[in-house]
Design a protein around this ligand. Sequence first.
Ligand code: FAD
Length: 664
Amino acid sequence: LLLARRGAGLVAPTTRRGITTARPAAAYDVIVIGGGHAGCEAATAAARAGARTALVTQNADTVGEMSCNPSIGGIGKGHLVKEVDALGGVMGRGIDWAGIHFRMLNRRKGPAVWGPRAQADRDLYKDWMQNELSDYPNLSIVEASAEDVLFDNEEVRAVQTSAGELETKAAVITTGTFLRGKIFVGSESFPAGRYVRDDPYTATTEPPSCGLAKTLEVDLALPLSRLKTGTPPRLDGRTIDWDKCVEQPSEEAQPFSYFNDQRKDRKTVKCFRTATNQKTHDIVRDYVHTLAPTTTDGVGPRYCPSLHKKVERFSERDSHVVWLEPEGLETDLVYPNGLSGAWPRDVQEKIVRSIVGLERAEIVQPGYDVEYDFVDPRSLDHGLGVRNVVGLHLAGQICGTTGYEEAAALGIVAGANAALSALDRDLPLENRRRFVVGRDQGYIGVLVDDLVTRGTMEPYRMFTSRAEYRLHLRADNADLRLTEKGAEVGLVESGRLDKCLERSKLVDDGVQHLDSLRFAPEAWGAFFLEGAEAERDAKRRPHKTASELLAMPHADFDKLKAFCAEQNVDLNVAADAEDTVAAQCKYAAYLTRQKRDMDNYRKHDATKIPADLDYSEANLPALSAEEREKLVAARPRTFAEAGAISGLTPASLVYLYQHVSSRG
Ligand code: FAD
């Protein structure tokens, strides 16, 4: 292994902790730099698309490492994982294997915006990923640090690594929080990409990536800026008074992968809830001067703020929830979700111990912040290729995002396009393929389009509200939206495509069948209506098809099933298609309206917005505080300008348009 690191080569691959590092080959089609979530997807996507691929990563033991919270999914993010899986990616199968606690977020809202989320056993996830990648056809893993990308006439030629120069036709850079990374804990700061644990109780830092920052900033003259993110301390679970906290058992596991590889012997754990209090907030305020200097340029994540930011921003609140999330089945480490902050260790202890249940808690590893460079994603095209350079792609946190799921989603797009760029290099320009997902085809499309057209000033995370077609972009139909598209460029193996086509037929048959079942008003009225509605004269009601019944408020598939059983009617929808059939019927009318509103709005890009428009909550109550803040700062003159503001949702743009046009 050491030999491979120095470029002298190995006779046989070496296996360590389940991962195989191979002797670097003379030439590759694609080199992916970085073995995080973007890198794992980029490397496997490029390999699936038929490119001879190497994953160059500085420490093979940290491939698939979850740097922060060991959880995957959530609102909007769960959709991304389903889409990555629909394209043959690895993240969904990994979390299905390693999940130990499951929840469906946003359940009070419609199924289109439910957010599946799973807590992972951190080591199981990493081991699964390393095993998967070590056996992946077309893929080698080279343990080395990439220092530079070399070009010939603005075409990628090679990657300079600590293992020597590796020839390649395309490269994907996925350096996460490492690009000129700098860690902050209290008044201390030093160059590093992150902490990783060698064993449960010791952690070391990984070096930052400085050579590549020079390549991007100096050689390619790309615009780089700084972002920042933080992680809470890790606690020793044996020192927590669990009885004082509120228990949150796991819900039934919801698989992320259409090729569900769930463990039959799945064990789950309980998470717990506690909360900060007035005493905690006093400590936070009293010790604000001991925080890592706020003179840093890095902008932190709006939606995962440090405890200090929460106390400052919501000064009226005397408590914030803290989730206590076990890091695995075989470890006592606990992740206190909600307690991020780079105070000195002794202040972190005071803060932690002011909280009910944590009075005796021991910190195993203090929380810290990391600040890093990112590239303005407006320098990229929709295939995540750097404009005007052939074969160089970026993915993950380096594009300004935060989160494993966003990184994975960008990874699959960049990996696929790097492979296509390498494989089609000798074809005339017009015959070269590209893999681009539209905003109406997937959250992946929304993510890429938001980044490359609007850019971002703060770590970007996905939300369902960012999509204009969110009733169509559901978790249940990611395969129907994307699998065939992925197969066209080789991302999807034939078994997965067959399964998707089969399911597509089952869904079409199911919807057709529900359209064909008609029920008399007396029958459905008694079952689906309540109170005064049910009392009304049945003759004044129409006949309804089963799909129309599903579209009624409070109706769902289970209710329809019960009704049909009562009527002795066979529903005849395959179990594998139920969710999608139900959603398609439920949203049919809304989908049409949503499309009409968007089409209508898009025709009015040039419409002027009054310079004195009052963006206050009193005048425009449906805008969020973030949107209000950004609109006031930008004062867009037209809807084209408003549409270019990152963080303004499509629904809010339509709302603003309706407000402005109603003023005449
Ligand atoms: P990473 O997972 O960071 O992977 C980068 C990979 O590149 C690593 O394997 C590294 O070894 C390798 N590498 C770097 N430079 C080189 C080089 N020159 N040569 C070879 N290999 C190289 N996410 C959230 O959603 N919310 C949060 O609040 C949050 N907080 C975080 C706090 C901290 C302290 C950290 C470190 C991360 C946090 N994350 C958070 C971010 C989350 O970890 C990332 O979004 C996600 O891991 C990004 O994936 P990535 O693949 O882009 O990069």
